[in-house]
Design a binder for this molecule. Structure first.
Ligand code: MN
Length: 432
């Protein structure tokens, strides 16, 4: 649904939001949870605008609001994003309209809100909300095909792939926000002679994914139909599903990923709402010759605009590159349009057995690789299972990640006639 908040002509009184290269123009307005770095202030919800954050706690105190908007902002000022998430699309539209009005050029609130900005460089971000449950899907068909080929050359794509959105239950406790480091995991893996050994992971990888945060919950026993599934989505983040390939290869059969994945998952701090993404919706058609989805995963709306045009990138910088003054290098680029299943299909499928999703639950898309070999969304793909090292600026080689390596995911949406916007960065450093 498009409205005046998507008008490409809108400008903000925050100058940096009017730079065409920013991820956070006034048409985006993503939510994040933060406090000023170096303080022990309670976390509050903020809105990214240009290179600043509008602090909604300060905004509530320093700016006059009518009763309706004051009550809308109160939970956000207290650091609670759940409340808005749980209310659904109508409340989210209202909050977006109010923030768009307040942040646009010549707004009457502008002079008050100028005092409520915190530079993003001085904001300490945390997870946007407590994430109680996390499911990771496998919607990247090119990833499924390439990885399938490595493990099963004769049958890369399993027969259920084009019928069932495949997923596994991820671990919510080890989800961390962008910028936080994590230790290289240890675990059990096959030794060189085939005998299992326990030790530090030697095949540490990233996975380029998007995550969707659930808005309103559904009750247990009450599936969400595909027609209502979009209303259950609140917004999206970038997601890095760090993976220990050696642990994974040894443990994954028959029940799927476990310790090879559960040690850390990084998400970007800014939740880009489904409203901000509305201009970038696209048709979601099955390739010719593929089976049509079963009725519970199919709707006219889903076919007409179930997909979202998001361009994704992975960047890498090693400690040696940093030491030599070399910037991060882009390893690949892909598009969320290549995903085989839409977010609405994931919600409908996840709840089809009566499973209840809660506000703030996270659904990962799975690794979003593109169709060509250079578009692998993980090192596993780019190095053909660790057999073909990639060469980096400065001459170093990598098959998998070494300690100190920094992986940055980026995502951006562009369409002629609309303001481009992005997700900010999802950064993680190994062993930091
Ligand atoms: Mn994954």
């Amino acid at each position: 649904m498009l409205d005046d908040t998507h008008d490409p002509a809108l400008r903000s009184w925050v100058d940096s939001a009017n730079d065409g290269a920013t991820d956070f123009p006034v048409q985006n307005l993503p939510f994040g949870r933060f406090r000023r770095a170096g303080t022990e202030e309670p976390y509050r919800i903020g809105v990214a605008i240009g290179d600043q954050v509008l602090d909604l706690k300060m905004a509530l105190e320093q700016c006059p609001w009518d009763n309706f908007h004051y009550r809308m902002l109160e939970p956000l000022a207290a650091g609670n994003l759940y409340h808005l998430m749980s209310l659904g699309p109508k409340a989210r539209h209202e909050a977006r309209a109010a923030l768009s009005n307040a942040l646009r050029h010549n707004s009457v609130q502008g002079p008050f809100l100028e005092l409520c900005l915190v530079p993003q460089a001085r904001a300490e971000m945390t997870l946007p909300c407590r994430i109680n449950d996390y499911t990771d899907f496998y919607t990247g068909i090119h990833h499924a095909q390439t990885v399938g080929k490595l493990f099963r050359p004769d049958a890369p794509l399993l027969p259920n792939y084009k019928w069932v959105p495949i997923g596994y239950h991820g671990r919510a406790s080890s989800i961390i926000v962008s910028g936080k480091g994590f230790a290289r995991p240890s675990g059990q893996m096959k030794g060189t002679d085939g005998t299992p050994v326990f030790g530090a992971c030697r095949a540490l990888d990233y996975e380029l994914e998007l995550g969707a945060l659930i808005g309103p919950a559904n009750a247990m026993g009450e599936p969400v139909g595909i027609e209502q599934a979009e209303d259950r989505l609140f917004g999206m983040v970038l997601l890095n599903d760090w993976s220990a390939r050696d642990l994974q290869a040894w443990e994954y059969q028959p029940l799927g990923p476990f310790l090879g994945k559960s040690f850390a998952t990084t998400i970007s701090p800014w939740v880009v709402t489904m409203d901000a993404l509305a201009p970038f919706r696209k048709r979601a058609d099955r390739p010719e010759g593929d089976p049509q989805p079963l009725p519970y995963l199919d709707s006219t709306e889903n076919r007409e605009q179930g997909a979202i045009d998001i361009t994704l990138e992975v960047w890498l910088q090693t400690p040696q590159m940093k030491f030599q003054g070399l910037p991060a290098v882009r390893l690949m680029q892909s598009s969320f349009l290549d995903a085989y299943w839409t977010l609405a299909q994931l919600v409908a499928h996840h709840t089809s057995n009566g499973c209840n999703l809660s506000s703030g639950d996270l659904l990962g898309t799975g690794t979003l690789s593109g169709p060509t070999p250079g578009q692998g969304g993980s090192l596993l793909e780019l190095t053909q299972g660790g057999r073909q090292p990639i060469t980096l600026p400065g001459g170093e080689q990598r098959t998998f990640l070494l300690d100190g390596d920094t992986v940055t995911l980026r995502g951006r949406c562009a369409r002629a006639g609309f303001a481009s916007l992005g997700f900010g960065e999802c950064v993680g450093q190994v062993g930091a």
